[in-house]
Design a protein around this ligand. Structure first.
Ligand code: CAA
Length: 406
């Protein structure tokens, strides 16, 4: 049992309103259990993830051992209720864990984020009792790994414009089509798949299915050769009349798009946390280097040009983190959190890209060399502005919520 499990992490909610001298105060302190979690994951990431991160990135090597250990620690099902084998913790804890992992290795962070939000989160919220019994526990404990598959070659941001078809055939659906950019595509055992059951019904004609690997007609494409997060696996998936039992449809026919949108609201908190981790790593590396690198007879950190960069990086990183914890708190409180998660993801991913770019700049020629590992931060940061909704899509979500209120 991990320390946070023995400390009853389930109850950990923070930031929270505390009562003091009869006055209500906002409290930005993490709970004790969240601090223990943060420290534990930080130590794990430093010991198990950081050492091989550069090599795994270069060789596109999946972090097999780390993913296995994270499953045993409860981190792959951190928000899943304990009755289904998860750690039963809150969304702030999830953000803390993903940030710590991303600081060391953003590739592993996306594995954790997808399995938590888009797979376990989907099954926990929308799965039937039988689906939870069969799939949620192994996925939350790391016995199995999940993927989430919405995008298609012609349908990225325009996510309801799907062609992958699920045709009813007695007790089965026969699924045919192509999916792409699937994170965990190769190493997952189970895929949460969105496919069209009624081509004439637009987004209301999309349904969600749990699809096991190994079914006839289901093949996995080659590993994509990516700019960043190269140790994570991203593939196409091909379906040729794949027989999926009706019992594996999640929700009713036509619910798929709203299920996908709902879980992506939560997923964006995970990706924001990944981005905050990258930004924090860029800041930490920059501060360290600025103190040590001498030019013109003194450390470059003595120059205001460098100091101002560090100050901006620190300010934006903390702003992104707090936006994300706010979105996480809204989610935990059962309030509407989609626009807040979109703001957090937008701010965090833009911050990660800017901070990583400045980190390379501060490192100068050394930053441009692969062996220092800071250019990896810049390459990894880029995807956070693209997946689980581009920065432009996040602005659409935010602006629409403003116009609805107005
Ligand atoms: N929660 C619940 N329902 C929602 C919702 C949400 N967040 N957002 C929209 N809906 C509902 C709407 O209410 C509407 O329902 P009604 O018809 O009953 O009113 C329906 O869904 C359609 O909504 P829109 O008209 O707003 O849909 P749209 O076609 O205009 O698209 C969009 C809106 C925000 C652009 C959406 O398509 C989107 O988020 N696109 C980006 C897709 C994305 O994030 N892809 C990520 C792929 S997965 C991934 O990246 C994982 C990984 O690798 C790490």
């Amino acid at each position: 049992m991990e320390p946070w499990q023995s400390h009853g992490m389930l109850g950990g909610r923070s930031p929270r309103v505390a009562h003091d001298d009869g006055k209500e105060k906002m409290n930005f302190e993490l709970t004790d259990t969240q601090k223990i979690l943060q420290q534990t994951v930080r130590e794990f990431a430093a010991a198990e993830l950081a050492p091989g991160a550069i090599e795994r990135d270069e060789t596109k090597t999946w972090p097999a051992e780390a993913v296995k250990l994270l499953g045993q620690m409860g981190i792959l099902g951190i928000m899943t209720p304990q009755e289904w084998g998860g750690a039963g913790m809150d969304t702030v804890s999830y953000a803390i864990a993903v940030e710590e992992i991303a600081k060391a290795d953003a590739s592993t962070a996306v594995v954790v984020s997808v399995n938590n939000s888009l797979v376990c989160g989907l099954l926990d919220k929308f799965g039937s009792q039988a689906q939870k019994e069969q799939y949620l526990e192994p996925l939350a404990t790391g016995v199995k790994l999940g993927a989430f598959s919405l995008s298609e070659p012609h349908a990225g941001s325009d996510a309801s414009n799907l062609k992958c078809r699920a045709r009813r055939d007695g007790d089965l659906y026969r699924i045919t089509g192509i999916k792409n950019w699937v994170s965990n595509g190769k190493h997952s055992d189970v895929v949460m798949l969105m496919a069209v059951t009624d081509p004439d019904a637009g987004h209301s004609g999309i349904s969600c299915f749990i699809v096991d690997k190994g079914l006839d007609g289901f093949t996995v494409g080659k590993l994509e050769d990516k700019l960043g997060i190269r140790a994570s696996d991203t593939t196409e998936l091909y379906f040729d009349e794949v027989p999926v039992p009706v019992a594996n449809r999640v929700g009713a026919e036509g619910d798929g798009f709203k299920i996908a949108m709902t879980v992506l609201d939560g997923g964006r908190i995970g990706i924001a946390a990944q981005a905050v981790g990258i930004a924090q790593a860029a800041l930490d590396r920059s501060v360290q280097y600025a103190a040590q690198r001498q030019q013109f007879g003194k450390p470059i950190g003595d120059f205001q040009a460098i100091q101002f960069k560090l100050a901006d990086m620190a300010t934006d990183t903390q702003a992104a983190r707090l936006l994300n914890w706010h979105a996480a708190c809204l989610k935990d409180a059962g309030k509407i959190y989609g626009p807040a998660a979109a703001m957090a993801k937008l701010k965090a991913s833009e911050t990660a890209m800017a901070a990583a770019t400045q980190c390379v700049q501060i490192h100068g020629g050394y930053g441009y060399m692969r062996e220092t590992g800071v250019e990896r931060l810049m390459r990894d940061a880029k995807i956070t502005q693209i997946y689980e909704g581009t920065s432009e899509v996040q602005r659409v979500v935010i602006a629409r919520s403003l116009m609805q209120k107005g």
